[in-house]
Design a protein around this ligand. Structure first.
Ligand code: PHE
Length: 348
């Protein structure tokens, strides 16, 4: 075989080998093997000495072209193999960018806290101070200072969790009244306070009762405080919470520490007073207890009941929230089921 043909054969074989190669490593080996110093082309060119002089340049050119063609074939095959590798990788590591991102759950203020804060804001706007008080309270403040001496039958209704004979879990935020009256300096003006917090009673838990619930106390001590002040204040509160068209009414009631005492109804926000399921077809909903502070209570705090008078009220934030949002089981507030809680995201 002439050198010419030998070179052409090497070219054909080299290009075919390159085309068939599957791996980058094989192609690298092929390059070293075919184009290296010990490769078949270099070897073939040793036969140059037998070629007539005038043909040598032509053979030289051919040899260079053969090398170049094999080189090109290897490079383009390397490119193909690389492309295949990338395509394979892309396929294997598929990332579905249309998948919804993992959402980051943001919690919400508990509906009870929203309700309490809304009421607090209302009273702060009227110049009241907020005094939360103590959940572990003295019998003295929880009962005696509220005109409920030991053995008074009114204690039965609030039979409670005693820690010692003198210490108990408070049964009402009214316990804070005596503390605030003790602490207040009347030379600086009237006492206007609200006191939100948790209270405890030996109640059986059911849909409307819990052994632990919230109250929000209000107390105003000043000269010439009357039922009119109490009524105006509570009417404004009910209109703030339940809507601008609400009316309120007082029904006589009894609390040992207020005289007279009232239970307060608000006209039904659902039916406007016509009668519906929520107001049990009466047009009115009972929302809180209140009254004019008993002179004994003022005197026990060293306040002259001939000069000063006072009103007080106690409301249940759970009851307010249940009425306003149509919640029918008080236990929903405490079991922390997110499906319940997230319904009230930012309602207030
Ligand atoms: N503390 C009373 C209760 O728990 C409510 C109340 C507060 C009544 C203030 C009158 C004045 O039932």
């Amino acid at each position: 075989m002439s050198l010419n043909d030998r070179l052409k054969e090497l070219r054909e074989n080299g290009i075919n080998d390159a085309k068939r190669a599957q791996h980058l490593q094989d192609l690298n080996d092929l390059r070293v093997q075919l184009l290296g110093k010990k490769g078949p082309i270099t070897q073939a060119l040793r036969g140059m000495k037998d070629v007539p002089k005038e043909q040598r340049p032509e053979i030289g050119t051919l040899a260079n072209n053969v090398k170049k063609d094999i080189q090109t074939a290897i490079e383009s095959r390397i490119e193909e193999v690389n492309k295949r590798i990338i395509a394979q990788k892309l396929q294997e590591e598929t990332l579905d960018v249309t998948l919804p991102a993992q959402s980051h759950e943001v919690g919400t203020k508990h509906i009870l806290n929203q309700t309490i804060e809304d009421i607090e804001q209302f009273f702060i706007g009227l110049g009241y101070e907020v005094a939360p008080g103590y959940e572990v309270e003295e019998d003295h403040y929880n009962f005696e200072r509220l005109n409920i001496p030991k053995d008074h039958p009114a204690r039965d209704m609030q039979d409670t969790f005693y820690i010692t004979n003198e210490l108990l879990m408070r049964t009402q935020t009214s316990a804070q009244e005596g503390r605030d009256m003790d602490a207040h300096d009347f030379s600086k003006g009237p006492l206007k306070m609200i006191s939100p917090g948790i209270v405890y009673r030996r109640d059986d838990d059911d849909a409307t009762h819990s052994h632990q619930f919230h109250q929000l106390e209000g107390l105003v001590v000043d000269k010439n405080i009357s039922m009119a002040d109490l009524k105006g204040t509570l009417e404004a509160l009910c209109r703030h919470v339940f809507g601008p068209d609400r009316e309120i009414r007082f029904r006589p009631s009894f609390f040992p520490f207020t005289e007279p005492s009232v239970e307060v109804d608000v006209s039904c926000f659902n039916c406007g007073g016509e009668g519906c399921r929520i107001c049990k077809y009466t047009g009115w909903i009972e929302v809180l207890g209140a009254g004019l502070t008993h002179p004994n209570v003022l005197e026990m705090s060293g306040i002259d009941s001939n000069v000063y008078s006072a009103f007080a009220f106690g409301l249940g934030p759970e009851r307010f929230a249940m009425l306003k949002y149509g919640i029918d089981d008080i236990r929903d507030f405490y079991t922390n089921d997110v499906r319940f809680l997230e319904q009230f995201k930012g309602v207030n």
